[in-house]
Design a protein around this ligand. Structure first.
Ligand code: DX5
Ligand code: ZN
Length: 219
């Protein structure tokens, strides 16, 4: 099995010192940094935009895994690319022309992710699976950290893994929302190979980030 990668979400970090939070994540063994961008329109919450990402870029060489929960997303893709995003993940509902948005991300030399809300089917993005780098399967309704994992999404992860294996396509399967030390095993067994986590990494074991990252990675 491919090594399980951990993408900690800075949403659960201290926003007054995100630079040092990112350093702690890097020292703790994070494989990339998950940045949740929310617009108060596509999701009912607001977070950060390109200027913050740009100023965080100097704190680490780890890839920035930028999860855009904004609509319409297309016109902002270049701003996030310029700010230093490495992976740009968008929701299919957030763009008028998904193919154009995928092409734009690729033309900027960035990795493309497509995210599926709990109620969004694989069919919505199936014809693009050959062209993208990862599928971000939401295991909560996007908008807030600290929510409860929706276990019925496990079937979707299994189906996605099946399509990936049968068609021999190379996209990563990333999961996001409510991941903890119990359901990590379930999502890994279902086929996920990148785990996003905010609350579990920053708050468990008195904030022992290194330990929490190791525990999430292990079966
Ligand atoms: C939810 C975000 C998630 C979230 C994960 O909309 O996309 O990345 O911050 O946080 P936890 O691990 O606390 O559910
Ligand atoms: Zn996210």
């Amino acid at each position: 099995m491919k090594k399980i990668q951990i993408s900690p979400s800075i949403l659960a970090g201290d926003f007054s010192m995100l630079g040092s939070e990112i350093k702690k994540l890097e020292d703790g063994g994070a494989d990339m940094i998950h940045v949740d961008v929310m617009d108060g329109h596509f999701v009912p919450n607001l977070t950060i935009g390109p200027p913050v990402i740009k100023s965080l870029r100097k704190y680490t060489n780890l890839p920035f895994d930028v999860h855009l929960m904004i609509s319409p997303v297309h016109k902002y893709i270049k701003n996030f690319s310029d700010a230093g995003a490495d992976i740009i993940t968008i929701h299919p509902e957030a763009t008028k022309n998904l193919k154009d948005s995928i092409e734009l991300i690729k033309s900027l030399g960035k990795k493309v992710g497509l995210s599926l809300n709990p109620e969004t089917s694989i069919e919505t993005i199936e014809k693009y699976l050959q062209d993208i780098n990862l599928v971000l399967v939401m295991t909560v309704h996007p908008g807030f950290g600290g929510q409860k994992f929706i276990s019925k999404v496990l079937d979707k992860i299994k189906n996605l893994k099946k399509i990936k294996d049968e068609k021999k396509i190379n996209f990563e399967i990333e999961v996001d929302g409510g991941i903890n030390f119990e359901n990590n095993k379930l999502v890994i067994q279902a086929g996920a190979n990148i785990l996003v986590s905010g609350t579990t990494i920053f708050k468990n074991n008195n904030g022992d980030i290194k330990k929490n990252i190791e525990l999430l990675r292990s079966l």
